[in-house]
Design a protein around this ligand. Structure first.
Ligand code: KDO
Length: 330
C-alpha cells in the first residue's frame, strides 16, 4: 500500500482513537493526594492509612504526604481549590480565613468533648457552612476528626493558675488570625510559628511555650524542649477531613457513599485511639520529666469565653448558633 499523507494521518487517527478512549475507559482511579503537617504516627494519619485508604482502593488511590513536605501548613485549602491537591486535614481556624463565621468552631471552651464535636458536625446548623465551603472554595467537609483537648505547654516552670499568670509569655500559636486570638484570650502574647518549626522555636527559646493536645506533645517530642503542662483544656480541638468537590462530583453515588463511610469510619477509629492516648499521657508525660499542673479552670473558661463573645469574630457568627451548639452537648 502506497503510504500517502492521507493514509498516514488515517493510520495515526486509528492508533490514537483506542489510546484516547482507552485512556478514558481505563482511566486510572483518581489519586487522592492529601497533605498535612502532622507526622505519620499521629493518630489521624494512622486512622487514614489503616481504615480510609484500604476502604476506597477499588475506585480511588489514597496518597497521603505527612510532615508538611508537600504543602506548608495553612496552604492546603487553597491548593485544593486550585486543583493542586485533593485532600487535607483542615482546621476551623484555617477555614475562618476564607469564611469568618467558621471561627465559632474554633472558640475556646465551646465544644465540650469529642462526642459533642460529632453532634455539631452532623447537625443541620452545620449545613450552611458545608455548602459555603463547597460552593466558594470547592472543598467538601467529609467528616470531623478529634485532635484532642489543647493544653498550655511551657518551657519555664513558673506556676500558672489564671490567665493573669500568662502575661508576657510568648505563646506560639498556629499562624492564622483565629489561632492568634485564642492565644491572646489565654492572657499570653501569641506568636505565629508554623507547626514544622515549633520544636526548634521551643528549643531555642524563640517562644516560651505552645498549646496542643497531649498526644501531639508526645508524638512531636515537645516534652524534650518544655518543662510543664498546664491542663487548661482551653479548646477541644477538631479537624475537618476535606476532599476536592470536583473529585467528589466525579464519583458514582455508590462510590460517594463508600468514600463517606470510609471517612467516618477512619475518623471514629482515630477518635477512639486519640481519647485513649489522652487518658494515658498525663502519666506518660510525667514519666518524660514534665510537671503537670491543674490551673483555675473557672478563671480560664470565663476569661476566654468573654473574650470571644466580645470579639469581632462573634459578629460573624449566625444568630443563636452558640445556644444551638450548647444544646447539643450531652
Ligand atoms: C498546630 O499547628 O498546633 C496544630 O495543632 C493545628 C491543627 O489545626 C493541626 O494543623 C495540627 O497542628 C497538625 O495536624 C499537627 O498536629
Amino acid at each position: 500500500m502506497k503510504l500517502s499523507r492521507r493514509s498516514i494521518l488515517a493510520g495515526a487517527a486509528v492508533i490514537a482513537l483506542p489510546m484516547a478512549f482507552g485512556t478514558a475507559w481505563a482511566q486510572d482511579k483518581p489519586v487522592l493526594r492529601l497533605s498535612s503537617v502532622n507526622s505519620a504516627t499521629d493518630q489521624r494519619a494512622v486512622a487514614l492509612e489503616t481504615v480510609f485508604g484500604p476502604a476506597i482502593k477499588d475506585f480511588a488511590t489514597f496518597q497521603p504526604t505527612w510532615g508538611g513536605t508537600l504543602f506548608k501548613q495553612g496552604t492546603e485549602l487553597e491548593a485544593i481549590s486550585r486543583g493542586n491537591l485533593e485532600m487535607s486535614i483542615a482546621s476551623a481556624q484555617e477555614l475562618s480565613n476564607f469564611f469568618p463565621e467558621f471561627s465559632v468552631f474554633s472558640a475556646g471552651y465551646l465544644h465540650r468533648d469529642a462526642a459533642h464535636q460529632v453532634a455539631v458536625f452532623n447537625d443541620p446548623l452545620m449545613q450552611p457552612f458545608k455548602d459555603k465551603a463547597e460552593a466558594e472554595l470547592g472543598v467538601k467537609l467529609l467528616t470531623v476528626m478529634y485532635l484532642g483537648r489543647r493544653q498550655v505547654n511551657l518551657n519555664s516552670d513558673k506556676e500558672i493558675k489564671t490567665p493573669a499568670d500568662m502575661a508576657g509569655f510568648k505563646l506560639r500559636m498556629p499562624p492564622s488570625d483565629a489561632w492568634q486570638f485564642l492565644g491572646k484570650s489565654l492572657g499570653a502574647n501569641p506568636v505565629p510559628v508554623p507547626f514544622a518549626e515549633l520544636y526548634t522555636a521551643l528549643q531555642t527559646g524563640a517562644v516560651d511555650g505552645q498549646d496542643n493536645p497531649l498526644p501531639t506533645v508526645m508524638d512531636a517530642k515537645f516534652y524534650e524542649v518544655t518543662k510543664q503542662i498546664v491542663l487548661t483544656s482551653h479548646l477541644v480541638d477538631l479537624n475537618y477531613l476535606t476532599l476536592s468537590k470536583k473529585v467528589w462530583d466525579g464519583l458514582s453515588p455508590e462510590n460517594q457513599a463508600k468514600l463517606q463511610k470510609a471517612a467516618d469510619d477512619a475518623a471514629e477509629f482515630g477518635r477512639q485511639n486519640q481519647l485513649k492516648k489522652e487518658d494515658e499521657l498525663v502519666e506518660g508525660l510525667k514519666a518524660k520529666g514534665l510537671k503537670i499542673y491543674e490551673p483555675d479552670l473557672g478563671a480560664f473558661r470565663s476569661t476566654v469565653q468573654k473574650a470571644y463573645l466580645d470579639s469581632d469574630f462573634s459578629k460573624a457568627w449566625p444568630a443563636d448558633i452558640v445556644d444551638k451548639i450548647n444544646a447539643l452537648a450531652k
